[in-house]
Design a protein around this ligand. Structure first.
Ligand code: PXP
Length: 255
């Protein structure tokens, strides 16, 4: 199973002071030999990683780069030519990517065509449902990335103390048994989606909210060949260092 390390959260720390510390390029040098690709999200407002980071990483690091961006950032992608572009929805006010892409967007077909012509692989970040997978195939994407955010939130509500903190999610303040049912249903959706996508010939990635605890159910879905993980690895690195945090995650991904 392949690991893409999402380094945006290192940029979040840098942007807290707006000095080049920690240096994202230095992070890319450290991270890239330890994983299979660097995943970086350049948002329209560049509030974490920015165009300059993308340019430097591609120029000096020579690693495989999976650029996450919205449809409105396609021109950047075509300019810098990362190995892959993962198209994600984007809202200015959100803390992080909240849901999968709306595939009924006229601009998608043309964007995917342009990326293909530039020999950039395309991935669509979608919610785990069969309709969106069928549509992704129709749109000629190479990959789908299944949004695991809902699964991760239920897992947290069930197995951590989050429901007793100010970070609780109001519609997940449920009885244990109800949360268990929700978790099983969401896992089933992820499994069926991965299976269906693979049958259609799509490559399957997954990501969002995955951590050292909730990853085990996702690793057991054999059709998922790649995970993109950021926040939990960077959070863990505060205590044990980035290298060890990546190695521990990789160990959990062994099948
Ligand atoms: N995959 C995609 C498409 C994302 O948008 C993100 C968040 O930027 C991730 C994976 C990584 O999510 P997390 O930081 O929660 O591990």
């Amino acid at each position: 199973m392949l690991l893409g390390v999402n380094i945006d959260h290192i940029a979040v720390l840098r942007e807290a002071r707006k000095v080049n510390d920690p240096d994202l390029l230095e992070a890319a040098f450290l991270v890239s030999p330890l994983c299979d690709q660097i995943t970086i999200h350049v948002r329209e407002d560049c509030r974490h990683a920015n165009e300059n980071d993308l340019e430097n990483i591609l120029k000096y690091c020579k690693c495989i780069v999976n650029l996450e961006c919205s449809l409105d950032m396609i021109e950047y992608a075509l300019k810098y030519k990362p190995s892959r572009v993962t198209l994600v929805p984007e809202k200015r006010q959100e803390l992080t990517t909240e849901g999968g892409l709306n595939l009924n967007n006229e601009k998608l077909q043309e964007a995917i065509l342009k990326l293909k012509q530039a020999q950039i692989e395309t991935s669509l970040f979608i919610d785990p449902n069969l309709k969106d997978i069928e549509k992704s195939k129709e749109l000629n994407a190479d990959y789908i990335e299944l949004h695991t955010g809902f699964y991760a939130n239920i897992y947290n509500a069930l197995y951590t103390n989050i429901n007793h903190t100010s970070y609780a999610i109001s519609n997940l303040l449920l009885e244990k048994n109800d949360l268990k049912t929700l978790l099983d249903e969401e896992l089933l959706r992820l499994k069926e989606s991965a299976k269906f996508a693979k049958q259609l010939g799509l490559k399957v990635a997954a990501g969002h909210g995955l951590n050292y605890q909730n990853i085990k159910n996702i690793v057991n879905i054999l059709e998922i060949e790649e995970l993109n993980i950021g926040q939990s690895i960077v959070a863990k690195s505060i205590f044990i260092g980035l290298k060890e945090a990546i190695l521990q995650m990789k160990a959990l991904m062994q099948r």
